[in-house]
Design a protein around this ligand. Sequence first.
Ligand code: HEM
Length: 442
Amino acid sequence: MTDTAMANPCETSPPNRLHPPPVRLPKLVQGVLFAVCRRSAMRNWIKRHGHIFEINVPFFGRSVVVSDPALVRSVCTASADQLINVQPNLSNWFGPGSMFGLDGSRHRDRRRLLAPAFHGQSLKNHERVIEDETLREGANWPVGKEFRILEPMNRITLNVILRTLFGADGAERDELEQLSEIVPPYMRLGQLMAFVPAPPFWARRQGPWRTMDEFRNAFDRIVFTLIDRADVDPNLGERTDILALLLRSGTSRSEICDELLTFIGAGHETTATALSWAFERLRRHPDVLAELVREVDEGGGAFRRATICEVLRVRPVIDVAGRRVSTPNFDLGDWRIPRDRTVLVRIADLHENPEIYPQPERFDPHRYRGTRPAAPAWLAFGGGGRRCIGADFAIAEMDVVLRTVLQNFQIHTDAAADEKSYFRGVAHSPKLGGRVTVSRRT
Ligand code: HEM
């Protein structure tokens, strides 16, 4: 950081405070690099400028990119008045009632209301559902023939999140089935459109905007039916699903729809993608796989959880967490960042920092044996007041899925080339969908 500071003479800021060095390329070029080959562009810019620099890209505008652990800590610990949510954010897609669209006390209250439902302990109630879903999917896996594991993982995590949101007793089966049909194509398109600014009203009547509106209308119709039914449910007071929590808190119907879409959108593909990366890594690491199988047979789980953390480190599904400065200035180490500037924390580059992780490219779950990874070194779920509310839930879910697969299937290993990362608009998934070959364990 000191090198970069010396390379950047103080411009207009007060003494001792510097502006981060800018990337000197046309905005459009920076935007294309950011959208199309973000990882390699970031690596090059870090090499050139160090772990803090400024880019200027469409949608986010002038944005300070940070991957120095001390600076990342300052971002994570900044108050909710200093750094608010980045603009644009996923509420573009999910709607203004989404947690992504809230700031200040409304954001805090919403998190307070919903956080307990996403603690790992609450997932205990769904453990059986996850096991059943995994076995149901596994029953269709071709034995001895390579297949993509991303889609089966998506179906498992979608069913789990739907039951968590709407109740697990199966009474809403028809509506949940309808949702599980429209959600996957909606998510595929939504990820691509999430950060594209909305066009004028007339332009929304065609192309992808029209399809997005149609998906949203279909989604709302089903969810409004479920809200109406929950509203007159004599057991509403005892229910622990998210719909019931939101309804009891007096949240408006349209906000409930936005929030339920948020949890479906943020909560299932991310987890499914992380699981696909886990299988992608295990296929290529027979020693880790053998240790996991030994552990599962002995009834343990510590190494499995360490493996999940390491998968999320080497292959983070979300590679950036964004904030926006809302005070006149935000001082970040030696740097001064003015109001309205975007701050982008580079999760992927932090996880690749050799000063934090010796041989960072090596997949080695032993790094986390007996320890819990924490911010700022490990940021798979972001950090601070906007840290992923579903982090414990996601880890617990991945744990049960992996355990069930390891108990019931043998994963074949070989020296296949690593799958490249493919950016789907929000998540980074294995380009070939996490191809694996399995056979049944007797
Ligand atoms: C492996 C799976 C997952 C990954 C890698 C992941 C990652 C992230 C990241 C990086 C953020 C941004 C944090 C920040 O800005 O500091 C986030 C936010 C969020 N995630 Fe997750 N997530 C996962 C699973 C889930 C699940 C299972 C749920 C819900 C059940 C969920 C719901 C959310 C929500 C609602 C937010 C917004 C929080 C806020 O703005 O206060 N995520 N997630």
